[in-house]
Write a protein that binds this ligand. Sequence first.
Ligand SMILES: [Zn+2]
Length: 270
Amino acid sequence: MLKTQVYEGVTQIMMGREVEGTVYYWTSAYLVEGLLVDSGCSYTAEELVGFLRRRRVDRLVNTHHHEDHVGGNALIKRELGVGGLAHAKAIPLIKSRLPLHSYQELVWGYPEPSQARPVPEIIETKSCCFQVLDTPGHSPDHLALFEPERGWCFCGDLFVSEDQKTLRADEDIFGIAASLRRLLELPGERLVLFTAIGRIFPEGRSAVRAYLDHLARLQARVQELKEKGFSPEAIRDEIFQRESRLAELTGGHFSILNLVRQLMDDTRQV
Ligand SMILES: [Zn+2]
C-alpha cells in the first residue's frame, strides 16, 4: 500500500506491505524537486514506480543499505533510468543479497540487488542545496541530507522518537548519539526532521535534545544498577519492568536489553 502527503513542498511517500487489508509497518520515502530519498521495500517497489511515473525523478539517494530503504532501487533503475546514490560503505551491501531475519523477510522482503554510485557531498535541486552528512550509528553507512535554507533534514533511521527504548542488535548507541549531536550543531534555528519511520518533527532540535537527555539519564541509571551488581536483564526489569513486545516479534533483533547492554559500557558516554 502506498499513501502520500505533502509537507512544506516535500512529498512524503508512505509504503508498507499489505496483507488482507493490514499494513505490517509503514516506511517513508520523500520526494522533493526530483530528488527521491529512499525507495521503500521490495513489496512496494511496483507501486512506488507506478506513483513516480506521474512525477519527475532524476536523483535517488539511499540513506543506508537496509532492505526497507533500497527495495525499489533496481526497479526504479530499470523502469525510470535513475540509479541510486549512497554512502561508499553502502554500495557493496546494496549490490549483495544479504541475509534477513524472518520478520524482515515477512515485512520487507529481499531487495533486488542493484548498483549504486557514491553520493556527492552536495546535491542541488531547482531551489535547494542539500548537504550530505555522514551520520553512522544506526548503521555504519548511514547518511542524512540537510538543506540549510529551509532547515530540512532527511534523517533516515537515525532518529525515531524522543523516548525510543529499543535498540537493534547491530546498532551503536554511542554512534547514534554522536550523529544526533552533529545535527544539533547544524546552522540555523530551524531543524525539521523527516524520518523514515514516518514522523515529521517540525521542532527537530528539541526532539533530539529530549532524546539525548533521556539517553544520558538512562545511562546514569544503568551504571548505578551495574555498580550494585545487577545483571543486564535485572537492570532492564528494574527500569522498564518488562522487555518490549518488539523483542518477541523480531526474535530479539530489537530489544531493550540490547540498549541496556550497550549503556553498561562505562568507557563511553552517550
Ligand atoms: Zn535502517
